[in-house]
Design a binder for this molecule. Structure first.
Ligand code: URA
Length: 208
């Protein structure tokens, strides 16, 4: 099952704070980064390790280090930037690929306005970050783009997911696992997740 709803008490608590409409921009931002870090911990649980030897205080010590695949974090503009520091706190060596996708209001088709991908994507695990998985349009378009660039291992980290968005990703890309703090009820007539968080971009950037 490619959807992982992480029901850790710290995540439940922090998400509960984020649901409060009166939460300040500063605190909303901090909670986004902290939940992003906790989701990163879960989404990287199976990264391969290899043995290594460290020169310790009492001589050589057998240790382990991350092996093989390097990581790229892929924030979807603009709200995805609100999770970036949280991911980088746990994976500081990750490279950042930035993606901007907008919906043409006439054709309703997703179109790309920023595509700044790092090299060596065929060797990297991509962690796509976007706070809200609503219809899934931007997420599916981002996964399409990454796969076209050669990326083979992709995971998505979202704070809140709507069932319709999960279905869209599962249908188009059944190999992509989604890590979320909550699977919410539905989308309203304006495309907002209910109960959701409101407009996550506005709340992160203070533009509401
Ligand atoms: N984007 C948001 O910021 N909030 C939603 O509820 C849906 C999409």
């Amino acid at each position: 099952m490619p959807i992982h709803e992480i029901r850790h008490p710290l995540i439940r608590h922090k998400l509960g704070l984020m649901r409060r409409a009166e939460l300040s921009t500063k605190n909303f931002r901090e909670m986004s980064q902290e939940i992003a870090a906790l989701l990163t911990y879960e989404a990287t649980k199976d990264l391969p390790l290899e043995p290594d030897v460290a020169q310790g205080w009492c001589g050589d010590v057998q240790v382990e280090k991350l092996a093989g695949k390097k990581v790229t974090v892929v924030p979807i503009l603009r709200a995805g930037m609100g999770m970036l520091e949280g991911v980088l706190m746990l994976v500081p060596g990750a490279k950042v690929s930035v993606v901007g996708i907008a919906r043409n209001e006439e054709t309703l088709q997703a179109h790309t306005y920023v595509e700044k991908l790092v090299g060596g994507l065929d060797q990297r695990l991509a962690l796509i970050i976007d706070p809200m998985l609503a219809t899934g349009g931007s997420m599916v378009a981002t996964i399409d783009m990454l796969k076209k660039a050669g990326c083979k291992h992709i995971r998505a980290l979202v704070l809140v997911a709507a069932p319709v968005g999960i279905e869209a990703v599962e249908k188009a890309h059944p190999d992509v696992h989604i890590y979320t703090a909550s699977v919410d009820s539905h989308l309203d007539e304006n495309g907002y997740i209910v109960p959701g968080l409101g407009d996550a971009g506005d709340r992160i950037f203070g533009t509401r």
